[in-house]
Design a protein around this ligand. Sequence first.
Ligand SMILES: *Cc1c(COP(=O)(O)O)cnc(C)c1O
Length: 449
Amino acid sequence: MTSFRDLPSIDALLRAGHDLVARYGHARTVEALRQTVEEARQALAAGASPPDQDALLAQAEARLAQDAQPSLRPVINATGVIIHTNLGRAPLSAAALAAMQAVAAGYSTLEYDLEAGARGQRDTHIERLLRAVTGAPAGMVVNNNAAGVLLALSALAAGRQAIISRGQLIEIGGAFRIPDVMRQSGAQMVEVGTTNRTRLDDYANAITPETALIVRAHPSNFRVVGFTESVPLDALTALAHARGLPVLDDLGSGALLDTGAFGLAHEPTVQESLSAGADLVLFSGDKLLGGPQAGVLVGRVDLIERLRRHPLARAIRPDKLALAALAATLEHYRRGEALEQVPVWRMISLSPDAIRARAERWAAAVPGEIVRAESTVGGGSLPGETLPTWAFAPRVAQPNTAADRLRHADPPVIARVADDRLLLDPRTVLPEQDDALIVALHALTASEG
Ligand SMILES: *Cc1c(COP(=O)(O)O)cnc(C)c1O
């Protein structure tokens, strides 16, 4: 019969585990030891044999290490979903990371004009680049696109009417719903048309002296098929301009390059919206642009100026890290090197052969097979569209259990289970993560026996 007295005292463990105290501090170590001993006590009561001192220290150390992990930390995205909102959307380019590091480590010209030796504007860093890559006469940046939509509606339509098609009363997820944002902005929403069909006349008949603008929201994350009709943007802007109204185009993803070149449906580009006459085009920084979280607004000089002067603009302004990363990302587009340098576009444009070669490297390290699968763009863009890929399916007894184990690797690996198989898509695994992934796969397949 073992007794609780067979367990070492906290004091004895503390003496033996003085290196833990040095690493994690006295209070945290004592707490971890207490919890570990308490667990051992319960195990004893349930008939387990008493653990020795080293085993208890190892358990306490594991507990401390686990607790010291930041809860926001890097993972390996093997899901094949390129812009995975839950996994932080777009990974940044090397240049964007370097730019963030450079302004984060010290002071910067964030709001300082070197020529004048006086206060400058944080917007100026980005506006020049936005003009260069989109062709818009003016541009500004806010915290995210949802904030951009709220700002634009508040500044341009509060207390007046904003017309929108019933087919565009969208929800993006994370509780961003166009009707709610309208209400919040103080604009009165005037719905026109039906869910599936809206015609130019519907808009024309809804215009009153109270109308402030016409809104178009890109239904980015769903598709309506069948008996449908919507008004092309150029026809909508022609109507609006004839009546002296601006058109606000919420593009969502805001591609600057043509997704159609990669076997995907064509996602409307920012340049197309501008040349179709949209007065203000809004899009996210971290969707197809492939940059940091941000909301980008480009368009008419006078409208951007009104937005800048609105009190909300100050509340949703971007921080210097986002501005630095966004500028570096836009620079890739200006230099015509986005396909090679912006990770999102590199992943979209990867050839099946290059993906297969990566999967083969994994397959050489652990047992499993290479199977055809499909990657998706994600980020609420191009619903239903897929890119053919080669995935690695490690040989495991229980795909869901194995997926769970991979999530507990360090760094965690996020895979997916399809057709009762565990699938890892090389498309979204950064090349520099290959070795860590193989280590995790080794541990997984070794434990499978
Ligand atoms: C994603 C999206 C938004 C919200 O953008 P965030 O940058 O996530 O705030 C707004 N409108 C549309 C059409 C979107 O697709």
